[in-house]
Design a protein around this ligand. Structure first.
Ligand SMILES: *Cc1c(COP(=O)(O)O)cnc(C)c1O
Length: 399
């Protein structure tokens, strides 16, 4: 018999980093191909298709691909590698500085815009040295001068204007002074000027008017603003007047409709580029009166077959998916029952044992009925929560 200590030593022999990097890491391919652990599949072809669809929708304007938060869960480097060769993709936007640096470490060469904060004294120089553009909305011209002098090159940046969302961005009333100050410096190249919509259809037009007035007046005054951009996925559907010089979508690239109404609107045919899968860990028959799950959340008054999947809320599956979510196994959809625990999900198979241990279970993929939007709707969760909460440690397989 193998002792617990021996088991632990065997496990330790497989480098953790290799396990986390997935099937292309040397030596662990076989382990992953038969793995019961949940994994994520990323379809390069669908990412490319979605970019083509968006490009057509926006009249071939450049696309600044938002790949923040680990590429919306798909893996930031995976997504960047697939999108970088596409002509339609002008560059990438992320929120966290470590993610911007990770892209450069991964030899991504297209422009990278940091949407998040940074320390002008401690971090700006390192960013600029690696070609990461900041967004600027505070008077940091002097810090930019120093970095530019130090590196012997101008600092490319985008100015972020707040036209009403009330988070980062220079308030539009104070924007002319800040932008003129920046534009007057030899150290600065304004590569872009941006705003973010509140996505309140009643207020978005007013935000756009504020932005248009500001950028028009500055341009007439001889200020070069670079590419003006405002449109996230929402505006791709709602506001062609906001496509401006460049669009800035995230969710649409991953093939997911951010609003249920967009799915049937016939404006863009998006195909999910991400799937979450695991293998059935166990199949069992319950008798009348038996129960399943903590606190006996599920009870049956007749014999029924249940399957257990080794995926749970610790992997990013919302607990609320237990009230209405369905999982695809062997082509059929089965309801999730009981409650979702950290690492287990229980699925009701019915009166016959139609599935077997080792069968692949698809929590979501591109098929109608099991799209991420379907699971999100059943879970009363946002699709943003569904993909961005996928645990960073899950193996990502580019297919
Ligand atoms: C996340 C983000 C986007 C992309 O939003 P989607 O709704 O995913 O298209 C665009 N701009 C900014 C500033 C963002 O933070």
């Amino acid at each position: 018999m193998t002792t617990r200590r021996e088991l632990l030593q065997t496990a330790a022999a497989v480098p953790l980093a290799a396990l986390q990097r997935g099937p292309d890491a040397a030596g662990v391919t076989a382990l992953h191909d038969s793995s019961f652990d949940p994994w994520i599949e990323v379809s390069a072809e669908r990412l490319r298709q979605n970019i083509a669809t968006i490009s057509k929708r926006v009249g071939n304007r450049p696309i600044l691909a938002v790949i923040k938060n680990n590429g919306y869960g798909l893996g930031v480097e995976n997504v960047a590698r697939v999108l970088e060769p596409l002509e339609a993709v002008a560059g990438f936007a992320v929120v966290k500085l470590h993610e911007a640096m990770a892209l450069r470490d991964a030899r991504v060469v297209k422009p990278v815009l940091l949407l998040g904060p940074f320390d002008p004294a401690a971090e700006l120089r390192g960013m600029v040295a690696r070609g990461v553009m900041p967004i600027v909305y505070t008077p940091i011209g002097d810090a930019i001068d120093r970095v530019s002098k130090d590196l012997q090159r101008p600092v490319m940046l985008h100015v972020c204007v707040d036209t009403g969302i009330g988070r980062v961005g220079v308030p539009y009333r104070q924007a002319p002074a800040l932008i003129k100050d920046l534009a007057a410096r030899k150290s600065v190249v304004i590569a872009g000027t941006m705003m973010t919509f509140t996505e309140d259809p009643a207020f978005d037009p007013e935000q756009l008017r504020r932005f248009d007035t500001l950028t028009h007046d500055l341009t007439v005054g001889g200020v070069k603003l670079g590419r003006r951009h405002a449109a996230s996925s929402f505006a791709l559907f709602q506001r062609p007047d906001a496509f401006l010089d460049m669009v800035r979508p995230g969710m649409a690239i991953y093939g997911i409709y951010s609003e249920p109404a967009f799915r049937t609107a016939g404006i863009m045919d998006l195909r999910p580029a991400v799937s979450l899968k695991a293998r059935v860990a166990y199949v069992k028959r319950l008798e009348a009166g038996d129960s399943a799950g903590y606190e006996r959340a599920y009870r049956t008054d007749k014999p029924v077959w249940l399957a257990t999947l080794p995926v749970g809320h610790a992997d990013g599956l919302p607990r609320s998916a237990a009230s209405g979510g369905r999982v695809r196994i062997g082509g059929a959809l089965y309801p999730i029952v009981a409650s979702i625990s950290a690492s287990h999900t229980i699925v009701e198979i019915g009166d016959e044992p139609r599935v077997a241990i080792g069968d692949v279970a698809t929590v979501f993929n591109a098929e109608e009925g099991s799209r991420p939007e379907d699971l999100a709707a059943a879970s009363k969760a946002s699709v943003y929560d569904l993909t961005m909460h996928l645990h960073a440690d899950l193996p990502r397989r580019l297919v």
